[in-house]
Design a protein around this ligand. Structure first.
Ligand SMILES: *Cc1c(COP(=O)(O)O)cnc(C)c1O
Length: 391
């Protein structure tokens, strides 16, 4: 437990929420010192750092095994700050073709306006990655499990390549907190959308960058830091709320994985086409298993191919009617969610590109919740699938 918080003297079991946008100093000299070099344990202004945000960031650094971390108002805020801190106009990024739709749109459409270009590759094809490296390549960007196809890149090989070429490896670990620790494999920077599993309650947005002390300090630099100057600051009330939910992440993660495993095994043995890294037929199953902490399983996300968009829509409507969950985007919520990624979260990806990566329009992505009875959930979902999808 973290007891190094000055207000713990009052006996709170949860740290008080910092209700201050700015923090006072005893003298001009002290304030100058804070501006120039910082004073450990002291705060300046909420956009720079607040005690509540600092506390959540420290917990997230622990989670990812990094020296330090910084929280932002959203996952996209965290991704943008990390990339823009490293890159200048003229630099290049290599990213996985299957990244989250928002990240894809940021890299493909917005960053080029500022002189940053991205080559999209198949991260599982090391030769293709190598072919795209130029002297201007500064960042390699991928996700531990890609969204929504759940491909799992060979992180150890990517780490070796990046070290050799002096490229920073950024890994988005949103799908697999606790399951995979990309930094322990050698990734320089780990980013998260806290909106998903880490908060888990579907009520708040949040993001984080986990990295070395030096990198996190650079994000907060009053003259050149992206977090400080772009201002995607998380509100202290929200970081306190997310920190409380983080405490149940281990039990939630285990139940998400246990449920998804039961449901996908049942669907597959009934002849349905499912993609889940926990299933032996998944092309990256062994690689994922080698990286993952077996204690937490394979995560809560899987896809089911319904063939066509019409059947997928019918299935989702039946799932809603039968009270299995919500037809909504996002993932990592304590309740089950489902959506059609080709027409929603991955719709930013052009159709030709979607075809190339194997994303069918009849694909339904499930984010299984923490329902207590895995077998009952599996039986219910298989029953609905049998009724709607012809095999
Ligand atoms: C949702 C998501 C993001 C974006 O996070 P926000 O909190 O919505 O800004 C980034 N990466 C992945 C993998 C996501 O699922």
């Amino acid at each position: 437990m973290n007891r190094n918080f000055e207000h713990f003297g009052l006996g709170h079991v949860n740290p008080p929420i910092s209700d201050s946008a700015m923090y006072e100093f005893e003298s001009g000299v002290e304030m100058t010192e804070m501006f120039e070099v910082g004073i450990p344990g002291r705060y300046l202004y909420g956009r720079h750092l607040s005690p509540s945000n600092h506390l959540l960031a420290q917990e997230l650094a622990k989670l990812e095994g990094t020296e330090s971390a910084c929280v932002m108002a959203t996952g996209m805020g965290a991704i943008t700050c990390a990339i823009m801190q490293i890159c200048s106009a003229g630099d290049e990024i290599i990213a996985s073709r299957t990244v989250y739709g928002g990240t894809y749109a940021l890299l493909a459409n917005l960053m080029p306006k500022f002189g940053l270009t991205t080559s999209f590759v198949n991260m599982n094809d090391l030769d293709e990655v190598k072919r795209n490296i130029t002297p201007m390549t500064k960042v390699l960007y991928c996700e531990t499990l890609s969204n929504p196809l759940l491909a799992c890149p060979d992180l150890a090989s990517l780490v070796a390549l990046c070290k050799e070429q002096n490229i920073k490896l950024i890994v988005d670990n949103t799908f697999t907190p606790l399951i995979v620790q990309p930094h322990s494999i050698g990734a320089d920077i780990v980013v998260h959308s806290l909106t998903k599993y880490i908060n888990g309650m579907g009520d708040h947005l949040g993001g984080a960058v986990c990295a070395s002390n030096d990198f996190i300090s650079s994000l907060l630099d009053v003259n050149t830091g992206t977090s400080m100057l772009l201002g995607p600051t998380m509100d202290a009330q929200i970081s306190a709320s997310i920190r409380k939910n983080l405490q149940t992440l281990p039990v939630r993660m285990k139940q998400h994985s246990q449920n998804a495993s039961a449901v996908t095994i049942a669907l597959q043995s009934s002849g349905f086409s499912v993609v889940y890294p926990g299933i032996a037929s998944h092309p990256d199953h062994r690689r994922f298993m080698a990286m993952a902490d077996p204690h937490y399983g394979f995560g809560g996300v899987f896809t089911l191919d319904c063939g066509t968009r019409e059947v997928a829509d019918k299935l989702m409507q039946e799932l809603v009617k039968e009270d299995v969950g919500h037809l909504a985007v996002s993932l990592g919520f304590v309740q089950t969610l489902f959506s059609m990624p080709a027409c929603s979260t991955s719709s930013e990806i052009p159709e030709a590109e979607r075809k190339r990566m194997g994303l069918s329009t009849g694909c339904v992505r499930f984010s299984i919740g923490v329902e207590p009875d895995s077998e009952a959930l599996a039986t219910k979902i298989v029953g609905i699938a049998k009724k709607i999808i012809s095999r």
